[in-house]
Design a binder for this molecule. Structure first.
Ligand SMILES: Cc1cc2nc3c(=O)[nH]c(=O)nc-3n(C[C@H](O)[C@H](O)[C@H](O)COP(=O)(O)OP(=O)(O)OC[C@H]3O[C@@H](n4cnc5c(N)ncnc54)[C@H](O)[C@@H]3O)c2cc1C
Ligand SMILES: NC(=O)c1ccc[n+]([C@@H]2O[C@H](COP(=O)([O-])OP(=O)(O)OC[C@H]3O[C@@H](n4cnc5c(N)ncnc54)[C@H](O)[C@@H]3O)[C@@H](O)[C@H]2O)c1
Length: 479
């Protein structure tokens, strides 16, 4: 790269999603000049096509499901949702797909924003193709952080190019409910979007190729969500996949399933996982393969590239595809970059300031369905596969006084895994209305490695759902 017209910064961040913004926030706070490059909207997938719009669609649906069962409320809560009002609320929560607020924050933090498509150009260099066709060249004194996130992965289905399917982007930003919506994939996106659009009036068919929903979670999570989705009117099918799909001249979609059944829908949503946004970011110029995920060590450094200058943070490293976990990584990457810029050794011991240990031991996640699913740490299946001796302790949350106060028809279950040798919690799953807010207690128990003997002294208030902790301890003691 010729040296003229090169802008030099301490740190270059590619991608202004929640993760890139947080890396830049930490490096600026450490006194390092930082530029952030963004090709679409500052705020990333989370703000406009993922977390924010999906939760704005789901909150009215979940509140209505709870309220419908609480006596004495206005019968109006039983009425269908006001679709227009919900979608208008979703539009507001997605900032109407404008990023002025985010840009204002970036500027106020002292970070430079460069709009355009960023690409690595060898060691510590990045070129940016701006919207008006210019190329801006950047050089980093210390670090380049790739925070380009992920996109929806589509299956390799014949004719998919002409099918015009929905991905998570259309599913979170559509301006009216399709009459009939077929959803392929029963992971988190599939079940959340099934819950939202069924509540908004679509007739949803949810297709799982496994024998249940949410296949990577405790099996009872998928079972309870299936029950409620079916009660809400959704057609939930297991052990089935799509073998062919095409859009007809009238706009309808004709779908052939692996069991020979045919479906007709107005839209088909592929909620079939994620792929890294790394195919066109110059990975070849640093010896990596375009289109691959970018694995890192626990300090978020891409160790396949020598020199400790390249970092991958957030979805693109595939460690844990959640906004909160990517932001945690961003705080750690920022501290690592700052320490190395000062010439200091980094401390990557387990739970040390420069180690993203929680990615491996305690990733919390909430699925915002009816009922909610909140989990952190290991499932029983994962513990068994890892050869980790644990006691599996279950409790029906609906037996709690607090649960019945919350919603008289409460159905839910909790499971904790207790390490047999160390007597600490290593995994927890709660399924039931409102359990999302319980999750932090389990996350603290796991990351703090709190001995069960001490947990007895953490008294949950009566009558709350958090009394489930006490019941789980009693069940463990008496088993
Ligand atoms: C439907 C849905 C719902 C979700 N709900 C939740 C939830 O409730 N809670 C939760 O924790 N997680 C949720 N997630 C996951 C969450 O959205 C991601 O984990 C999070 O967005 C990852 O942040 P990121 O910054 O790594 O990537 P992204 O948010 O994808 O941001 C990456 C940014 O980089 C930009 N970019 C990409 N390539 C370039 C380039 N070459 N040059 C310049 N800029 C570039 C992109 O335009 C984008 O702005 C959800 C995901 C989906 C799909
Ligand atoms: N509430 C939240 O925090 C939230 C919400 C949505 C998404 N997310 C994050 O986004 C990530 C992506 O979610 P996702 O649901 O897209 O992916 P996922 O990996 O969770 O689930 C994908 C599902 O699609 C199935 N599938 C894959 N290919 C298929 C095919 N060809 N045919 C049929 N089924 C197929 C898989 O078996 C799996 O069940 C999640 O890992 C999660 O971390 C989080």
């Amino acid at each position: 790269m010729p040296t003229e017209n090169i802008r030099t910064y301490d740190v270059i961040v590619i991608g202004a999603g929640p993760v890139g913004e947080n890396v830049a926030d930490r490096t600026i706070a450490a006194g390092l000049s930082t530029v952030i490059v963004e090709s679409e909207l500052a705020g990333g997938e989370c703000s406009y096509w993922a977390c924010e719009p999906s939760k704005a669609l789901l909150r009215p649906a979940l509140l209505r499901a709870d309220a419908t069962h609480v006596p004495g409320l206005d019968p109006a809560v039983k009425n269908p949702l006001d679709v227009e009002a919900v979608l208008a609320h979703r539009n507001r929560m997605s900032a109407d797909w404008k990023d002025d607020g985010q840009v204002e924050w970036i500027k106020s933090a002292g970070i430079d924003l460069l709009r355009g498509h960023g690409r690595l150009e060898g060691v510590r260099e990045v070129s940016v193709r701006t919207p008006d066709g210019d190329t801006v060249r950047l050089r980093a004194r210390h670090a380049v952080a790739v925070c380009t996130g992920s996109r929806a992965a589509l299956p390799d289905l014949p004719g998919i190019d002409t099918l015009r399917p929905w991905t998570s982007r259309e599913a979170t930003s559509a301006q009216r409910p399709p009459g009939r919506l077929v959803i392929v994939g029963a992971g988190v996106v599939g079940v959340e979007m099934a819950t939202a659009w069924q509540a908004l009036g679509s007739r949803v068919t949810l297709l799982a190729r496994e024998d249940g929903l949410l296949p990577r979670m405790e099996p009872f999570a998928g079972e309870l969500v299936t029950e409620r989705l079916r009660e809400a009117g959704a057609d939930v099918r297991f052990d089935v996949s799509v073998v062919a799909a095409r859009r007809l001249g009238d706009g309808e979609v004709r779908i052939t399933l692996s069991d020979g059944d045919e479906l007709t829908a107005d839209e088909i949503l592929f909620a079939t996982g994620r792929a890294p946004r790394s195919e066109d970011i110059g990975l070849g110029t640093v010896g990596l393969t375009p289109g691959d995920w970018l694995p890192t060590d626990d300090s978020l450094t891409v160790t396949a590239v020598p020199g400790n200058w390249l970092y991958a943070v957030g979805d693109v490293n595939r460690r844990a595809l959640f906004t909160h976990q990517g932001k945690y990584q961003a705080r750690i990457a920022g501290a690592v970059i700052a320490a190395r810029a000062r010439g200091e050794e980094i401390d990557t011991a387990r739970w040390a300031p420069h180690s993203s240990t929680a990615d491996l031991e305690a990733v919390p996640g909430v699925v915002f369905t009816d009922p909610e699913v909140a989990s952190v740490g290991l499932t029983a299946d994962q513990a068994e596969r890892a050869g980790r001796p644990v006691d599996v302790v279950d409790y029906e949350i609906g037996h709690l006084a607090g649960a019945l106060q919350y919603r008289p028809d409460y159905r839910g279950r909790a499971r904790v895994l207790i390490d047999r040798d160390r007597h600490i919690v290593v995994g927890a799953t709660f399924v039931g209305p409102g359990v999302g807010e319980l999750l932090y207690s389990a996350t603290v128990a796991i990351t703090g490695e709190v001995p069960v003997e001490r947990l007895w002294h953490a008294v949950p208030a009566f009558p709350t759902i958090s009394e489930v902790w006490l019941r789980l301890l009693e069940t463990w003691r008496d088993s």
